[in-house]
Design a protein around this ligand. Structure first.
Ligand code: GUN
Length: 293
């Protein structure tokens, strides 16, 4: 069994980005600039945004963090999005999700100029991705593809089962794994809460991608001998022995599944760090105006 070291790969990719940024700046070019809007004080969102700002530093990007209290109005938030759309110094920006109930996430996502949508959540980027046109690909699926590529995991003709159908992970992951590309060219099945014979589907998977947010859902008897297992889960499970009071827990029962598979990602240190690095890659593309002028 090979442990896929997302942390190590992410550090390597950040160094590659930093070298390219240094080169751009040395030649008189503009340092890429990522802005992030964080609403409220959700623990997970605070952690993710802090990690994104830190990664910007490592990559040599300029970053701006814009904070609002949870009672900010939708109107106020949309006005800020429009301001960032118009600001020529900002190459790309994100609005960290989830947003408070009284704000429509979809309205906010659609208000972002797709040319600055480095999260790849805008319908134009989602649509372009699904028909194989250049676009910003959402960070988690893109990070998983990078891991498959760097570990030289064959996907062509393989049966890939994805657990979860979210707009952020499940759906784009399915589109990317079926596309005519490498990684890709797989036969894809998406399972969700209404799927019949989910266990049978999982047992047939050469590549199993668990992204439903249910801690320890995937057990050893659901995994084929020699399968590749990618764990996207990051649920905070209470744990009194931890200083933080919780343990970041994946969707895969790691200890028993690891014994059966050929490759596996740990939680933490697998997909998570790659997600942040994919956002950095999209920001570099935005800074270079590589996808949209
Ligand atoms: N919340 C969970 N994942 C993400 C992400 O990739 N981007 C944003 N903006 N919010 C998230």
């Amino acid at each position: 069994m090979v442990l896929i070291d997302g942390k190590a790969v992410s550090e390597q990719v950040k160094q590659e980005i930093a070298a390219e940024v240094a080169d751009i700046v040395a030649k008189g070019g503009k340092r890429p600039h990522l802005a992030a809007i964080l609403v409220g004080h959700d623990g997970g969102s605070e952690t993710y945004v802090a990690a994104k700002v830190k990664a910007c530093d490592v990559c040599g990007f300029k970053s701006t963090l814009i904070r609002y209290e949870a009672d900010v109005t939708e109107e106020e938030l949309l006005a800020r999005v429009h301001e960032l759309n118009e600001n020529p110094d900002v190459d790309g920006f994100i609005v960290q999700l989830p947003l408070p109930e009284h704000i429509s996430e979809q309205k906010v996502i659609e208000a972002i100029d797709y040319r600055k949508d480095v999260d790849g959540f805008h319908p134009i980027n989602v649509g372009r991705m699904s028909i194989g046109l250049p676009c910003y690909v959402s960070a988690t699926p893109s990070g998983i593809l990078e891991l498959l590529k760097r570990y030289e995991i064959k996907t062509q003709g393989k049966k890939c089962v994805i657990l979860g159908r979210s707009n952020i992970v499940g759906k784009p992951m399915a589109a990317l794994m079926m596309q005519k590309a490498c990684p890709g060219d797989a036969t894809v099945t998406v399972c969700h809460s209404r799927s019949r014979d989910l266990v049978k589907e999982c047992r047939e998977a050469d590549i199993l991608i668990a992204a439903m947010g249910q801690p320890n859902f995937v057990k050893a008897d659901m995994v084929k001998e020699g399968a590749v297992v990618i764990d996207v889960g990051t649920t905070r499970v209470p744990d009194a022995s931890k200083k933080s009071g919780f343990k970041l827990t994946g969707d895969v029962k790691f200890d028993e599944v690891a014994l059966k598979c050929s490759f596996i990602t740990p939680v933490p240190g697998g997909v998570g760090p790659m997600t942040i690095v994919s956002l950095m890659k999209n920001t570099l593309l935005a800074g270079k105006k590589a996808i949209y002028k």
